[in-house]
Design a protein around this ligand. Structure first.
Ligand code: TXA
Ligand code: MG
Length: 343
């Protein structure tokens, strides 16, 4: 399939280009476009045939539901039912932004979109490009991360081209994503609010609005591949580069000693700012334990960059699993297939 490249500057939002994207989506096509978290691969959420093309392009297992993106609160009421007051409180505080709420779905949502579940994940993104496309097309957009299934999510247009060129109708060429990890997924469909996937909106921030929020067991540990876990996406090997990743927990000195003792060709380090000075291997330095947001922003690009350089083993320094650090920890532990060493 020929993939059209459509440049859109998020500051000027070229109306012609937005119009071309809307035409493709209304015709049942699929388009990779930027959001503030990661690039998404979008289709009309209410068109099952279009949604199935997303699964094919990504190689995504059919039992993994898609998030539906909206631009105004009135769309929420068409897509979900029995919306609890807490959803409106959360929307008031965190939308538009990196929060997905899982709610009971309305019958207009096809099974292809919700992977046969009775619920649907809904998010109002803040990125001007996807917002303009939703507003102009009037379509709710189903959009998983715009990567081949299992690979790290894409946070730049070039990474979308690397993964999806020839497999999708169009790729929107815009700047890099600012959050860098996918949205927080919170279920409000059960008795108590439950965090299914940590992301840019932290558990601590959610608890300011809701009181205690349960952490799904799949956030920190390996889910049984045969079980029906709450967020089906969490059970797959995920966010994984080609290189083997090992996650190391310890202070700077312990981390540097371990990495240097394992130095050799094809070895790289994903470390905090400043730590690279004491390392004898190729290093990408991102954020600090106190500022994991910076690590989140560059995480997936760094893993893809290591692959491009032929790296075979990545030693990643583990951030404390608090705040945005919980999201980074959750992605890294999956990229590492749960290979964690306590130093
Ligand atoms: O930031 C994001 O959320 C990005 C951008 C494009 O918006 N999207 C994204 O989608 O990360 P995806 O499909 O890569 O991840 C969606 C996650 C999966 O783990 C999926 O299992 C879970 O959300 N999910 C979606 N709908 C759900 C539902 N109804 N119940 C439970 N989990 C759900
Ligand atoms: Mg994904």
């Amino acid at each position: 399939m020929e993939t059209r490249m459509i440049p859109i500057d998020e500051r000027t939002l070229d109306a012609d280009a937005i119009g071309r994207v809307c035409t493709i989506l209304k015709g049942g096509g699929i388009v990779a476009l930027p959001t503030e978290t990661v690039y998404g691969l979008a289709a009309d959420a209410l068109n099952a045939e279009a949604v199935l093309k997303i699964f094919a392009a990504k190689g995504r297992p059919a039992d993994n539901p898609l998030i539906v993106h909206i631009a105004e609160i009135s769309m929420l009421e068409k897509l979900a039912m029995e919306i609890p007051p807490a959803a409106y409180r959360l929307a008031g505080r965190f939308w538009p932004g990196p929060l997905t709420m899982v709610l009971k779905k309305n019958s207009c949502i096809p099974d292809a979109t919700s992977a046969g579940l009775e619920t649907v994940g809904i998010r109002m993104p803040s990125h001007p490009v996807i917002r303009a496309v939703i507003e102009q097309s009037g379509l709710p957009l189903a959009a998983p991360s715009a990567n081949r299934s299992g690979s790290p999510s894409t946070t730049s247009a070039q990474h979308c081209i690397d993964d999806l060129s020839g497999r999708v109708d169009a790729i929107v060429l815009s700047g890099d994503c600012t959050v860098g990890v996918e949205s927080t997924v919170l279920s409000l469909a059960g008795e108590r609010p439950r965090l299914l996937r940590p992301g840019g909106v932290t558990r601590e921030e959610l608890e300011e609005v809701l009181g205690p929020v349960e952490l799904d067991e799949a956030v920190l540990s390996r889910a049984d591949p045969h079980s029906r876990v709450s967020a089906p996406g969490m059970k797959y090997r995920h966010y994984a580069p080609k290189a083997r990743v090992q996650l190391l927990q310890g202070n700077t000195g312990q981390y540097q000693d371990y990495v240097n003792a394992h130095a050799g060709p094809g070895v790289a380090a994903l470390c905090f700012h400043g730590e690279e000075k004491g390392l004898t291997v190729l290093a990408a330095a991102l954020g600090t334990p106190e500022n994991p947001a910076q690590m989140a922003q560059g995480l997936f690009a760094a893993l893809r960059d290591f692959d491009g350089k032929g790296v075979q083993t990545v030693y990643a320094h583990c951030p404390p699993p608090k705040g945005v650090g919980l999201a980074v920890y959750n992605r890294l532990i999956r990229a590492a297939a749960f290979d964690l060493v306590k130093l």
